[in-house]
Write a protein that binds this ligand. Sequence first.
Ligand SMILES: Cc1ncc(COP(=O)(O)O)c(C=O)c1O
Length: 411
Amino acid sequence: MEKFNPFHGLSTHAVHATEEQNPFNTNVTPIYQSSIYRIPDVATGVAIFEGTASGYVYTRLSNPTLDQVGQKIAILEGIDLLRKDPDRPANEVVRGRIFSSGMAAITSTILARVQSGQAVIAQEALYSRTYGFLSESERHGIHVAWVSNPDPAAWEAAFEATPDAAMAYLESPVNPSLSLVDIAAVAEIAHRHNAWLVVDNTFATPYCQRPFNLGADVVVHSTTKYLNGHGLIIGGIAISHHVDFVDHELYDIHKTFGATASPFDTWLLNNGLKTFELRMIRQCDNAMKVASFLEGHPAVSKVFYPGLPSFEYHELAKRQMMAFGGMISFELKGGFSAGENMMNSVRLCRLAVSLGHLDTLIEHPVSMTQAKVDPAVLAKTGITPGLVRLSVGIENVEDIIVDLDQAMSGL
Ligand SMILES: Cc1ncc(COP(=O)(O)O)c(C=O)c1O
């Protein structure tokens, strides 16, 4: 019988969900820092190996700390198993699988779902390593059909031209151009063609966007970013309401490829999660103010932020996002050299890759993260020589603005 749970708030879940799975009632759930587990007797061991009894044997396969956090993030992503599949038992646990990096979660999801001989329809503007993996996936017998235009009609055309497509893969907002894809429209197209939709929700986070409510089949994250939020770990998660996929296909790839996160990193992730909503409220608020400041600055030609009415995808952002996030990109009028000069002039903002940390992080994609991407692809995905990416932190926003202003003063 399902217990009635009257609590729905994101912070309430982040602080309390799964925390009761703790036999000694410590108020902070402990780390299960062990590579192996004692097996009570041979018959139980056989049942655990066969999957007919629950239990732990070896941490590469599963671990209570990873299961706890995988279940908590699935709850934050709004997984509502009963609504998705009324035939499932009410007490069935839906959890994401925790990986040692966002890339491990992404590559494992693709390899677990797409067979050799099948295809992925993917948006061309993607995080650079995801793009790299997909562009080399012919080596696994997986064909990729790229969609360069976020318009749903382009996805429809790609599916029509690719009858063996098993998956649509997208990020929204896109790293680093911040352009958006209509997730509900792509989910509908994918499902009509018997394919699944996988969404990388790293940039938006479940505070700003719930892809499952828009029809996604799998949500992946780099937990390195907003979910941990403190810049302490590299981690990833893949979540799905297709419980059999998570428990079998994804589990098989996970245990074979072995990209399991450490219990300690996962415990740090759990403790970072407890302030997730607080951080997001502050970061979204700061980002809106910083974006408005940048829009009025003479050194800036264009600002890309889902919350700005001038942004090309603002109407779509209002429709599919609950908040506009902490990521901003902007175009410097002075191009490549202005980008480099600005990177060398910031004093409060940190010149660093990654995003979603407490401190404001700034980078210049063309000279840093996207330096190896083919310039023709960069041009198609809106990454110009003067594009700067900002991950707005939780500092006092006046100080962030003062720093950006002084760093752009000589441009
Ligand atoms: C949108 C997005 N997805 C995935 C990744 C990969 O995550 P990780 O570095 O944790 O492997 C990144 C990393 O920057 C990212 O920005």
